[in-house]
Design a protein around this ligand. Sequence first.
Ligand SMILES: [Zn+2]
Ligand SMILES: [Zn+2]
Length: 163
Amino acid sequence: MPLRLEGSCACGAISFSVDSHAPYPYQLCYCSICRRTGGGGGFAINLSADARTLKMKGKRFRRILHAPITEQGHTSISSAERHFCGRCGTSLWLFSPEWPELLHPMASAIDSELPVPPSRVHLMLGSKASWVQPNIGPDDQCFDGYPTDSIEDWHRQRGLWIE
Ligand SMILES: [Zn+2]
Ligand SMILES: [Zn+2]
């Protein structure tokens, strides 16, 4: 049985639930977008869940950001949808049309208990803010860009995938 994640925004206008086979909050993203939209400590933690199981209350308060991405002086608009509460600004989840079966809730918006990860992955360290000093454990992995393993791979390799 997958784990049901229950989440909400800070003002209470939006609440949601979604099922996850891979609920460990191990993936810390230091990119400039996560940092601004949901990571005041310099990173945000993105989970992975089954998009088809999403249930949501307060849909009319939900807003979607397609963030601009600037690389080598060239700006484009990200295809990824960052869903947030339009009333209080809470970051809720990320959805990429390229992977429509997946939904990536922000761990910060989850109210239910999450399992504690045995190690962590630090990604997009190439775009971290200069003042952020990542707390890197002995078994952690670090990447300047995206990690080589998917969230599913990471869970399966450690026997943590929940069928
Ligand atoms: Zn809200
Ligand atoms: Zn990010």
